[in-house]
Ligand binder design. Structure first.
Ligand code: AMP
Ligand code: MN
Ligand code: MN
Ligand code: MN
Length: 277
């Protein structure tokens, strides 16, 4: 059976490895079909594709777009897209544009909480100056010894109600799906189990997603608990959605689940890649 991983990050966004090193790491974990899906960026795709070819992996060009829906951040992955599509490139650039000012505000808040110099500290973890992420701040707070893991940082800082939380407006669902579909890609609701929606709001998200031409959700992802694999397999079945699978890899050792450990999709769902090869 093909081992498929359709959700991974490189240092072009908030991962730590360059795209070819992510490819090599995925291959070592047994991956046969691999997508790079950096946040709001397709700048790593060309290098990733070349590395995948050299390693004998099938490559899928992807992205993970930050969206604001019902005042919350929702991530929409795009798969099998043309990374040279102009509207996609311009849309992603517009989505990234607010990140630097946001990062300065995050830093100002952390300074008030007694942690000075976080902007400069976070920047030392940034490979792409266009994409300063909360993850880079989290790594710097770990370096300072303020927290021992990035997930501890997200429990104590950078999230709603905690120091370093700056509300931000990303792309709309309709914009993100328009860019993905316009570039020939397949939009996928990333890690649906991570959002804090009640059942009604979650249903409304899936309905709107479907109206906008969406038909795929992530079911098995490093961002879900094993219970959520079953929950979202059932939801996929109920909505008639295809299912996707990916580690959401960011860094060796930071991963909630390594490439080799992520279970396959439940047999009750149809994989999004069922007709790709
Ligand atoms: P940003 O796009 O700057 O808001 O950063 C979002 C990124 O932070 C996500 O893509 C994750 O990599 C990371 N992140 C968010 N919440 C958590 C969490 N609870 N634990 C670990 N990483 C998180
Ligand atoms: Mn991330
Ligand atoms: Mn995500
Ligand atoms: Mn991700």
């Amino acid at each position: 059976m093909l081992k498929v991983d359709l959700h991974c990050h490189s240092n072009v966004s908030d991962g730590v490895l360059a795209p070819p090193a992510v490819a090599a790491y995925a291959r070592k974990g047994g991956v046969d079909v691999w997508a790079l899906t950096d946040h709001d960026e397709v700048g790593g795709i060309r290098a990733a594709r070349a590395a995948a070819a050299e390693l004998g992996m099938r490559f899928v060009a992807g992205v993970e777009i930050s969206v604001t829906w019902a005042n919350q951040t929702v991530h929409v992955v795009g798969l099998q897209l043309d990374e040279n599509n102009r509207a996609l490139i311009d849309g992603l650039a517009a989505t990234r544009a607010g990140r630097e000012a946001r990062a300065r505000e995050i830093s100002a808040q952390l300074e008030q909480a007694g942690i000075p110099g976080a902007y400069e500290g976070a920047l030392r973890y940034v490979a792409n100056p266009d994409l300063v992420s909360r993850t880079h701040f989290a790594r710097y707070l770990c370096e300072l010894g303020i927290c021992s893991t990035t997930s501890e940082v997200f429990r104590k800082y950078l999230t709603e109600g905690k120091p370093g939380y700056v509300p931000h407006r990303w792309a709309t669902l309709s914009e993100a799906m328009g860019w993905i579909r316009g570039a020939g890609g397949i939009p996928v609701i990333a890690h649906p189990g991570r959002y804090k929606f009640d059942a009604t709001a979650e249903g409304a998200l899936f309905d709107e997603f479907r109206q906008l031409g969406g038909n795929t959700i992530e079911v098995v992802t490093g961002s879900h608990t094993p219970d959520q694999y079953a929950t979202y397999a059932e939801i996929a079945r109920r909505y008639g959605f295809l299912a996707s699978r990916g580690t959401d890899f960011h860094a060796p050792g930071e991963a909630r689940v390594e490439f080799a450990q992520l279970p396959p999709l439940p047999s009750s769902v149809t994989p999004v890649w069922h007709d790709w090869f």
